[in-house]
Design a binder for this molecule. Structure first.
Ligand code: ADP
Ligand code: MG
Length: 335
């Protein structure tokens, strides 16, 4: 069984992902030396929620904030799941009937097209648009499954970031997307390259909000902490985090930090907690994002719920895993 804990300063999530039925146990060991500034949170109260609350997810979420919502998906450490998150949250938003443009800003190491299964349809990139070699709509690749989802790649694979291509060029592209005849998209998601060099600075420039991806390990957390500071310096105040590759068995064995620990260390609102799931790797290799899988997998559902929260600018409560989930899919939700 899993239990939930309310954190001070975090708006109430609705509905909770993991209704609580068991008692809180002390969080596993965590390296406090890394984050001397992080505050110790008081022990949160327990609460109980019926699984029927989950039925609320059948309504369409209310879009909060001005459109287009320009959201950069970033991390400190590489390989933590930025591209996986961009693909899955992007398609979830499209399924919720919002128009989405996903920009692969990972110059030279682009792979969002592969995850989406659109690699054979990318004929032009943003660089050709900026050079005047093609129109913007020629560089936008429309997904055949969800026509309100489009992909824009910055450059061809293995190319280098050209001199002069920077934040201003990306702002120009975002402005061009806003003024298209078919209307401004609801969401522009920017898949950020790893690291904190020029590519990162370029990718975050047009964004008003950020999704910070981290895994529950100390190296990713230290890098995430650094990136949070850089985002704030750039004026991005709306930063939410997704904790990816969470393993309940390891948390239970005190071999992995819990989501609650991660939230306590980074002090960021939580958009979602995505379990480690071999289906992610399978879906990556098939070019078929996880959220489209039938029946849905746990990681796919977690991405969908994160997309829902993103729309409503909502957050969830941190999760403390205490026992293995029971057999069956709905047991994961405490049913
Ligand atoms: P990034 O864009 O940050 O470099 P990716 O999205 O490319 O990271 O993910 C890196 C690898 O991790 C990929 O092989 C992906 O399939 C795998 N991965 C990401 N999230 C999960 C998860 N929740 N469970 C299992 N594997 C995952
Ligand atoms: Mg990537």
């Amino acid at each position: 069984m899993l239990s939930l804990h309310r954190l001070p300063g975090v708006p109430t999530a609705k509905p909770p992902l993991f209704p609580s039925t068991s008692t809180f146990t002390h969080p596993p060991r965590r390296p406090t030396f890394l984050f001397p500034q992080s505050k110790t949170l008081p022990k949160p109260p327990k609460f109980h929620k019926s699984p029927t609350a989950l039925l609320q997810w059948n309504r369409k979420p209310q879009l909060s904030g001005e459109t287009p919502r320009v959201v950069v998906v970033t991390s400190g450490k590489g390989g933590v799941g930025k591209t996986t998150t961009t693909a899955n949250i992007g398609l979830s938003l499209a399924r919720l009937d919002f128009s989405v443009v996903a920009i692969d800003a990972d110059v030279g190491l682009r792979n969002l097209d592969l995850l989406l299964g659109l690699e054979n349809r990318v004929n032009y990139t943003a660089l050709e648009v900026l050079n005047g070699d093609c129109r913007l709509d020629q560089a936008l690749v429309r997904d055949k499954r969800w026509s309100n989802f489009e992909l824009l790649c910055i450059s061809k694979p293995r190319s280098k970031l050209p001199l002069g291509f920077g934040g201003k060029a990306l702002i120009w592209l975002v402005d061009a997307l806003k003024s298209r005849t078919e209307g401004c998209p609801d969401f522009i998601l920017i898949d950020c390259p790893a690291g904190i060099d020029a590519g990162f600075i370029t990718a975050i420039t047009p964004a008003n909000e950020a999704i910070l991806i981290t895994t529950p390990d100390i190296t990713a957390l230290r890098d995430a902490d650094r990136v949070t500071g850089l985002l704030e310096c750039d004026g991005i105040r709306d930063i939410k985090m997704i904790v990816n590759r969470v393993r309940t068995d390891m948390i239970k064995g005190e071999d992995m930090m819990s989501v609650l620990d991660v939230q306590e260390m980074l002090g960021l609102p939580l958009l979602g907690a995505i379990p480690e799931d071999s289906e992610v790797i399978r879906s990556t290799n098939r070019g078929y994002p996880l959220v489209l899988n039938k029946p849905p997998t746990l990681a796919g559902l977690a991405f969908e719920q994160a997309a829902w929260r993103l729309v409503e600018q909502d957050t969830m409560q941190a999760v403390m895993v205490e026992e293995e989930p029971k057999r069956g899919f709905f047991s994961f939700f405490g049913g």
